[in-house]
Design a protein around this ligand. Sequence first.
Ligand code: VG1
Ligand code: CO
Length: 544
Amino acid sequence: MTTIRTIPTEPIDGQKPGTSGLRKKTVVFQGHHYLENFIQSTWNGIGGVKGKTLVLGGDGRHFNSQAAQVVIRMAAAGGAKKIIVGKRAQLSTPAASHLIRKHGADGGIILSASHNPGGANGDFGVKYNISNGGPAPESVTASIYDATKVISEFQILEAQDVGLRIPETVMLGDMEIEIVDNVADYAALMQELFDFDAITGLFKSGFRMRFDAMHAITGPYAQTIFEDMLGAPPGTVMNALPLPDFGEGHPDPNPTWAKTLWDEMMSDTGPDFGAASDGDGDRNMIIGRQAYVSPSDSLAVLAANATLVPGYRDGLKGVARSMPTSQAVDRVAAKLGIDCYETPTGWKFFGNLLDAGRATLCGEESFGTGSDHVREKDGVWAVLFWLNILAVKGGSVADLLKAHWAEYGRNYYSRHDYEGVDSDAASALMDHVRGQLASLPGSTFGTLTVETADEFAYDDPVDGSRSEGQGLRIAFAGGGRVVLRLSGTGTEGATLRVYLEKVEEDPAKFAQDPQEALAETIAAAEAIAGIKARTGRDAPDVIT
Ligand code: VG1
Ligand code: CO
């Protein structure tokens, strides 16, 4: 016997979803009925779950298992027909996206705070994805948020926890629960897209790779695909075991948080290829031996070489990048004669373009690349894409980059993050820059001349929706830029992101260190925004 309990509750402040779902301190989600409140608001915001099929998984962080049991009981109480759950309630974000699409599910819940640290003192998050497999668009997150403001009760089934350790189908009340292998369907999709024989050959030839799973969700995916299926030697995947606190690390694949991998790759005896992924498996960092690939360049290289990969043999319909991402891919698109879209930050803005067949590849400067194979960015996919290109072309990552820049020019790029800044000070800084936008064109900073300055707003070409306030951008003559944005994924104070870009056409200067190449651009950002004085910081916390 199962009983549905209806429990009175009250609206809780601060359930406004950010760039990527709702992200809070774990203790906040564990607070009295907080999670229940948000899940019920999600059901209410999407018109209920009666008769619907949902997918559920998470990145394995602290509170993942308990939260999954709550979602399952609340889906059953809401009358859902079926819930497809990854074993142990774990799924990478791209694997969850694939399962939603494969099963024609109505949507899914992904329990993750992505690259934010986990553990009892870390962060937790809940993302709702829609039936195309992608993150809910702003219209949906807005109605979920509206629902949080008027909620008065939630419904939950009174039942024991469901065992989620064995793939099987069980019933909870009238709801079917299908527990599925975490990796199998995803690995099969990768096999359809990439030339596994060519990549196996690459590893057989002695090519050495290091993949840092950062004790997060990609460990099992990477071990199955790279080691078991493609024959990379055991040990290729490091930090492969998912841990609730990610081994006390930040599961953020960048030079700061994946420092061990970084140091190994920067040695002249390091492996041929290094890669890392984040908490929920949607991000990727690519490094060759002594050759870091900026995520913006990675997108451009994948676009330029896509037809070498079976899944993209017929060419790209178009490409899309988030506004702060460098314009390196724009140059490739121009040469290929395909459209290049510029969207606000966050993967949800790519969904319509992918659904409409206007873009095949998408990317963000924040270590995100993906394609129309799912509706999320995809870390392991990006690594396979690089391996496939290297297997076909031969040569090193450094060679490939050099040849790319020689053909297209180099877009020097860096992002400077100031974390945990006082929220008022951060807003004041943005207002200060906003106030100058109209008068900036024509001003000079060293040899840089401002051409245009505006606040980015996006009109979705597919559904006509408009998204405003998506970052302040200052463009210089010759293609360089300074972009300023406040993060929508942080959980402490404000995070200021300063995005810096400079175009270099002279091959003699391609080897310059990006921070040196961007010195004048960095100085211009400081002159315009007064970052040091306003944040009280001498230097950024993280440079990527
Ligand atoms: C950051 C990145 C953004 C990315 C988002 C979610 O957002 O800048 O590009 O889409 O994280 O990534 P923000 O608002 O903090 O700049 V993840 O890996 O959380 O799904
Ligand atoms: Co992520």
